[in-house]
Design a protein around this ligand. Structure first.
Ligand code: ADP
Ligand code: MG
Length: 194
């Protein structure tokens, strides 16, 4: 088994992150915490690439629907449908439009607890309720209400893998093995060694 310091996670700067000129700010935050950039590329993804990305986990459509229904109920609103798969399918359609609308930057970041640390720094899905100090909380003002009213995906600048298993699958989906670079960062001695 790989040592925990080699845990990897996938980060995608979404088209709004590029258009808002936040690429440097986002990368800076991961660099500063001590993670190591081991792969990176820019592309305009196809609808097929995006759809496969979100359906690697066969439960994602249902879960995304459940999340939106629960959110609507918590606010005392009536969800668009009672059926999570129906709601999730609409979200997936909006996401394909959002992520294929322009270039994105896909990256692999490596380091101890990379998955959890990167998610913590990104913040919750909805920028309105993401914590202050997180990327989504600090740099964007979107909400479920705003996105639903306009019939589009929530703009939240960044994607990051939600679990170690999701990360392994997503990295395989976006990168070939030989595109991931193995090297030593000088700061690893200070971060991990006695
Ligand atoms: P996260 O990106 O925080 O892991 P999800 O995996 O649940 O969140 O959803 C993927 C992306 O789909 C979100 O980042 C967001 O852009 C969009 N999204 C999710 N749920 C909704 C929704 N109910 N309405 C609009 N967009 C949504
Ligand atoms: Mg997710």
């Amino acid at each position: 088994m790989k040592h925990i310091k080699h845990e990897q996670t996938l980060v995608i700067v979404k088209p709004d992150g590029i258009q808002r000129s936040l690429v440097g700010e986002i990368i800076k935050r991961y660099e500063q915490i001590g993670l190591k950039l081991v792969a990176m590329k820019m592309l305009v993804p196809s609808g097929d690439l995006v759809e496969k990305h979100y359906t690697i986990d066969p439960n994602w459509v249902r879960l995304a629907g459940e999340k939106q229904i629960a959110n609507a109920r918590a606010k005392g609103e009536t969800p668009a449908s009672e059926f999570p798969v129906e709601v999730g399918t609409v979200v997936l359609g909006h996401l394909k439009k959002y992520l294929t609308s322009g270039p994105v930057i896909a990256m692999v970041w490596e380091g101890a607890h990379a998955v959890a640390i990167v998610r913590k720094m990104i913040g919750g899905t909805e920028p309105l309720s993401s914590d202050v100090g997180t990327i989504r909380g600090d740099f964007v003002l979107d909400s479920y209400v705003l996105a639903n009213q306009s019939g589009r995906a929530i703009r939240n600048l960044v994607h990051a893998s939600g679990s170690v298993k999701e990360a392994v699958d997503e990295i395989k989906h976006w990168f070939k093995n030989e595109e991931i670079v193995e090297y030593r960062l000088v700061q690893e001695a200070i971060l991990y060694e006695i």
